[in-house]
Design a protein around this ligand. Structure first.
Ligand code: AMP
Ligand code: MG
Length: 341
């Protein structure tokens, strides 16, 4: 049995962490599946519980910058200025690792991704346990990341001893992963901090092409996590692009219905108002892509429960908060795109 505990049970959660057990905890991005980052056996259990490929490194979560030098080397002024601006917050900074970081945390890489989460429960768990927490998203590998304790329970019931319930995640989208270990800072995974915001501090930040494109056969993934199937609902999903997409979504829906399928649409509020009586999930206003992002993973899980047999999603502009949104949506759709232009 997995206990769903209130934040008041922090001492018990911290005891479990120190004893080498796993605890799921809330962050502002998504729920994390945490283990003592200095304990290789505990970290191995994360991979087992998630069914996560062993070549996909974990992010180390710390309570403040004073815990950073124990994990990462070459923390220069540029890295410090990012930490100063964005921590606590959804930015993971990748730098060369120290010998203190077990191989299994970084999947054998010589770099380590570190961040300070902006959630009081996450920070309290790190402080109370006195450990950096290695924590990926607390979903089964391949499934959408969990943004509520209930979503964690759906995937992890009976697999881990405790979930700390801190309510729904505010950002609802994972952190931006920024590699600072090379001369040019490069976004390996877009996320809760936009590229535009990073460039206000470091103008030379670039974005790895894998942000919006599938990897070609044999191509090396800059961020190993990008190689794997991700965020997938259990029914087929396609993303519909182009100016005339709402008309196209209506036709796709009607054609699917005529074929005896049970379709459903994923849309912004403005488009959702144009499709009745068709079934749809509205994600929020087109003018508030942060809000749309925060609802995406919940909506992908709702697809699984909807009883629908095929889904079509509207595409969004891939800039600002839209870049992370489209990165996740395209991966959820396995890069199945229908262009109406
Ligand atoms: P998750 O914890 O599920 O949000 O996934 C963590 C993401 O961060 C994955 O896509 C990893 O590939 C990426 N990541 C973590 N550490 C590193 C690192 N040292 N180098 C490159 N990517 C990393
Ligand atoms: Mg994940």
């Amino acid at each position: 049995m997995t206990a769903v505990a209130k934040p008041g049970d922090l001492r018990e959660a911290a005891r479990l962490i120190r004893g080498g057990e796993l605890v799921a905890f809330p962050t502002e991005t998504v729920y994390g599946l945490g283990a003592d980052a200095s304990n290789p056996d505990a970290v191995r259990d994360i991979f087992r519980a998630k069914g996560r490929p062993s070549d996909n490194p974990l992010i180390a979560h710390i309570a403040d910058v004073s815990m950073w030098p124990a994990l990462a080397r070459d923390i220069d002024d540029r890295a410090l200025s990012l930490a100063d601006r964005f921590w606590p917050g959804p930015l993971t900074i990748v730098l060369p690792r120290t010998d203190a970081v077990p191989d299994i945390v970084t999947a054998g890489l010589d770099t380590v991704g570190v961040r300070v989460p902006a959630h009081p429960v996450a920070l309290a768990l790190i402080r109370e346990s006195g450990r950096a927490l290695a924590a990926p998203s607390a979903n089964r590998s391949g499934k959408p990341s969990p943004t509520t304790a209930k979503a964690v329970l759906d995937d992890m019931d009976g697999v881990i001893p405790m979930i700390l319930d801190g309510g729904p995640c505010r950002v609802g989208m994972e952190s931006t992963v920024l590699d600072m270990s090379q001369s040019t800072p490069i976004v390996l995974r877009p996320g809760g901090v936009t590229v535009e915001a990073l460039r206000a501090i470091l103008p030379d930040v670039i974005v790895d092409p894998s942000a919006l494109a599938p990897l070609a056969d044999g191509q090396r993934a800059a961020s190993p996590g990008m190689r794997h199937r991700h965020y997938s609902p259990s029914i087929p999903l396609s993303v519909v692009t182009g100016l005339d997409r709402v008309n196209a979504l209506r036709s796709l829906y009607d054609d699917a219905l005529a074929k005896g399928l049970s379709p459903i649409l994923l849309l912004c509020d403005e488009s959702a108002a144009k499709v009745p009586p068709r079934r749809c999930i509205a994600l929020g206003s087109y003018n508030d892509l942060e809000r749309v992002s925060s609802r995406l993973f919940g909506a992908l899980r709702d697809l699984d429960r909807s009883g629908a047999s095929i889904a079509y999603a509207e595409s969004f502009p891939a800039e600002g908060a839209g870049l992370a949104l489209m990165n996740r949506l395209l991966r959820a759709a396995g890069f199945s795109v229908i262009n109406t232009d």
